[in-house]
Design a protein around this ligand. Structure first.
Ligand code: ZN
Length: 319
């Protein structure tokens, strides 16, 4: 037993915590339609025992899982795909065409993450990404529709956070599995005003114009919920859409302002982004102590600033 945390959200959708970083940071989803099942997002290799445990608890045979669907190939979303697929004899992996080769040969993903985190942290956080056989992969282009046991799942190409990112429109669930495209919203920041959201600009493919357009495209589907990877389901979408647009612009503006700050740029941007998010969380009615908010937001602020730096260097032609 892994003490996995999970929550039934209705419409055959169960949110399963990926047990990465802390409980409440990374979601995966089990979608059940009749006697068939699909996983959307996999977490890492270390998440796989928890995912299988929930499948067992629900009495779903492993042979009945038809699809494994990571929204993009960042390791907290797709790192466990190869390991999970080894336990699911009939499952096929559905992936963005730009991500497929990294699932077939994950050496670049492994090397990239090891370069950032070091060998020990890489193993502790993510484990190793193992290959998915090419003949088990379905590439989902923009507009692709999957007939999941009579439940249509439609795939939208949604660049902005990453160019290998799609979102999965599930009319039956009245929502969209939005990966990282519709931002981050941790349940600790929920107040009587609803959820608190902010964009993720993680390296290395953040593209503000594309992200604005993708957010609007998701909203254009006219559904009620986003099933976020970070974290779980949110409603109140028109307000969150406006917040996403404002904050994408604010992040870009602060990056441009400090574009020429040299080696001080990273630290300046981290301070400024944290200050902005803390102010907005307070205005939203969040009563957590500042130290708790800073601890919860700190890792994302660091990654966001790294991603803004990469984007800025490309913009300025210095990358
Ligand atoms: Zn990502």
């Amino acid at each position: 037993m892994t003490n996995v945390h999970y929550e039934d959200l209705g419409h055959g959708i169960t949110m399963i915590d990926a047990q990465l970083y802390r409980q409440g940071q990374v979601s995966t989803y089990l979608v059940v339609q009749g006697d068939r099942a699909a996983f959307i997002e996999t977490g890492t290799a270390h998440s796989v025992p928890g995912l299988l445990e929930v499948l067992d608890l629900k009495g779903i045979p492993r042979e009945n899982v038809d699809y494994v669907i990571p929204t993009h190939v960042h390791l907290d979303h797709a790192g466990g795909a190869g390991a999970l697929m080894q336990h699911l004899p009939n499952a096929r992996l559905v992936i963005h065409p730009r991500g497929a080769r990294h699932m077939i040969d994950p050496s670049k993903l492994n090397a990239g993450a090891t370069a950032v985190y070091g060998e020990t942290q890489m193993e502790r956080l993510f484990g190793r990404v193992i290959p998915v056989p090419e003949d088990r992969i379905i590439e989902a282009n923009d507009g692709f529709e999957l007939d999941f046991n009579g439940r249509p799942l439609r795939f939208l190409d949604t660049p902005g956070h990453a160019r290998h990112h799609f979102c999965v429109v599930d009319k039956t669930g009245d929502g969209i599995f939005s990966g990282d495209t519709f931002g981050l919203s941790y349940r600790e920041f929920d107040t009587e005003n609803g959820p608190f959201v902010f964009p993720t600009t993680t390296p290395v493919q953040f593209d503000p114009d594309a992200l604005h357009a993708s957010v609007d495209r998701l909203m254009g589907q006219g559904l009620s919920y986003m099933y976020l990877t970070h974290y779980s389901r949110v409603g109140d979408l028109p307000r969150l859409q406006a917040d996403m647009h404002q904050l994408i612009d604010a992040f870009v503006a602060m990056a441009r302002e400090h574009a020429h700050a040299g080696t001080a740029r990273h630290a300046k941007l981290c301070r400024e982004m944290m200050t902005l998010l803390l102010q907005r969380a307070r205005a939203h009615g969040c009563t957590l102590p500042k130290a708790d908010m800073t601890r919860l937001l700190g890792p994302d602020v660091g990654l966001n600033v790294q991603g803004l730096g990469v984007w800025l260097d490309k913009e300025m032609g210095t990358a």
